[in-house]
Design a protein around this ligand. Sequence first.
Ligand code: ATP
Length: 516
Amino acid sequence: MSKQDDSFKKLVSHCKEYGFIFQSSEIYDGLAAVYDYGPYGVELKNNIKQYWWESMVKMHENIVGIDAAIFMHPKTWKASGHIDAFNDPMIDNKDSKKRYRADQLVEEYVEKKVLKKANKEIEKARKRFGDDFDEEQYKTTNPRVMGYLEKAQTITTRLNTSLTNEDLEDVKALIEELEIACPESGSRNWTEVRQFNLMFNTQLGTIAGEAGKLYLRPETAQGIFVNFLNVQKTTRQKIPFGIAQIGKAFRNEIVARQFIFRMREFEQMEMQFFIRPGEQQKWYTYWKEARMKWHLAIHPTEKLRYHDHEKLAHYADAALDIEFQFPFGFRELEGIHSRTAFDLGSHQELSGKKLQYFDPELGESYVPYVLETSIGCDRMFLATMANALMEETVPDADGKDSTRIVLKVHPALAPVKCAVLPLLKNKEELTTKAREVFNNLKFAFNCQYDEKDAIGRRYRRQDAIGTPYCVTVDFDTLEDNTVTVRDRDTLEQVRIPISEVEAMVSGKVSMKNLLN
Ligand code: ATP
């Protein structure tokens, strides 16, 4: 097992063992790609949502929020293009009976069979040349590396062209030419490539047949578009302004793997920013930078990168992803899309209702353009856990080295902010005092009282769920009303009066620290 596979496995089992994430309906052997958040998971997830919401709605006078319904009029999905174009190309292996996304098979081939070789050559050269190594120069002069990079580019361009032209026969031909085999059966016995619509549907009770067909929304954005004028009029916002929303979305993903990275039911945090036509480049740059800054407040630079889209969705004139280095490689975490007037324009056409804005400065009406930022809450959760979970060697109570598993999540996102621990369980004067401290602190932030097991074990339990501060009540507390506060990351312990604990912890766990 590779180091990456191992760390991912550990992450998944940590999430279960410590009550962050459970498989849905586990007692029935689970439901594929559907997950439940446990007691610590829901707290962390709520904090991620709060961080996003406050950075959008609280920090911008010209961004307001809504909470639209999951069900929408079926025409919504006709106008948005989801009925006709929200498809993934799928292919089945006739021997293993496994279904794959045809585009992902080709992309994986490029990554594993072509780019990996180029990277190996580059790393070898880096070692050989040491500090003098110039990667860019090497990539453009070494014939072998150039060959690999060119091959990767040729395959990617052909795949994108075939997908854009809906030439599924060519996608199949490409899979055959590259001799891609099914990872399960090892055979190259493939079906044709077909389009598969990703929307789940259900039936309205009162209307039979097609007319009563309803969809579970595959994105939250459309709830914002159809409410554009309602919101603009009731809040008297002027363009540019944005509408933010957090909510569930559903996609019948063909290949749902990698834990909560790709789920069939997930949550999105989306913001549509309505702008003047022609100003999309300016706002694209603005949101690209603003969103990266949001990520950088919690994740290190080297784990984040931009990826510009080559193949644009039907609604976009520019698009990029912010990618995060998950344990299985760099993958999309957030999308930033310049959606033009596509959505409002087609809702206007299909509904017959004007969705225009009168711009008092220009003295004219127009259908606004839209800049969208769209991030999966669950993917952000996974990124946060993957970045924060680590194994460390630290001195234990007797000064000997011991290993601890610690979740070094940003204090503002931590599920529990502070644990209150009486030094000993069976000394009533200690437990009574600790309860008193806990009962005061619980009004200020999420707090936990724990008296079970030796103090060292209780510290480890709090480390594993990411609690930034542990407050210990000991015999001195009874004399002088002071407690020790242990810092999760530095392990430093300071002695302060009980009356100062709330202010100290509040300052450290405040969302303000992330929003500044
Ligand atoms: P991908 O290429 O990974 O399928 P996408 O480009 O279809 O993603 P968007 O439609 O741009 O994704 O959705 C915006 C965000 O929603 C993504 O950046 C991702 O964080 C999240 N997201 C999309 N699909 C899923 C899913 N099946 N499970 C969890 N999160 C998802």
